[in-house]
Design a protein around this ligand. Structure first.
Ligand SMILES: [Ca+2]
Ligand SMILES: [Ca+2]
Ligand SMILES: [Ca+2]
Length: 144
């Protein structure tokens, strides 16, 4: 008899990356994770989102996606608030004594020009960058 002695293994590794636009609407598919189960009679893996890190509650694995591993957007994300969000996904096998494994999904929130004040801020950063570049040649605009 095949004992359930191996936890599911995420493929190709337990580290995923995804990108999502801050304009994306709730329900948008963000990423699908897949784990493989090696023990017989324990193949029906279920995926759960562990909402631990900051911003992670904007994502979910719904009941419909429990066995597909599809992560969807629960609420819109705001790049001006948080640009990188890390999720922890748990895959649990269907053994009598279920075993779990974890994966990290690092999500980059892509910018949309949705915020006037932040656009202004971006402009000043841009100007600052130009000044910084010129500084070594002509510091403080002084004649040399
Ligand atoms: Ca197993
Ligand atoms: Ca925004
Ligand atoms: Ca934006």
């Amino acid at each position: 008899m095949d004992v359930n002695d191996r936890a599911p293994e995420f493929q190709p590794s337990n580290s995923y990356h995804a990108r999502i636009s801050e304009a994306a609407q709730p329900g948008t598919e963000v990423k699908q994770v897949i784990a493989i189960e090696y023990d017989k009679h324990a193949e029906n893996i279920k995926y759960y989102l562990e909402n631990t890190g900051p911003g992670s509650d904007a994502f979910e694995i719904t009941e419909e996606n429990r066995e597909s591993g599809v992560i969807t957007l629960r609420t819109q994300v705001d790049r001006e608030v948080q640009e990188e969000i890390t999720l922890s996904v748990r895959a649990e096998d269907a053994g009598v004594n279920p075993l779990s494994n974890f994966a990290q999904v690092q999500i980059t929130v892509e910018d949309v020009n949705d915020n006037r004040s932040v656009l202004g801020l971006s402009c000043s950063f841009y100007v600052l960058a130009i000044i910084t570049m010129k500084c070594p040649i002509n510091p403080l605009g002084a004649k040399t």
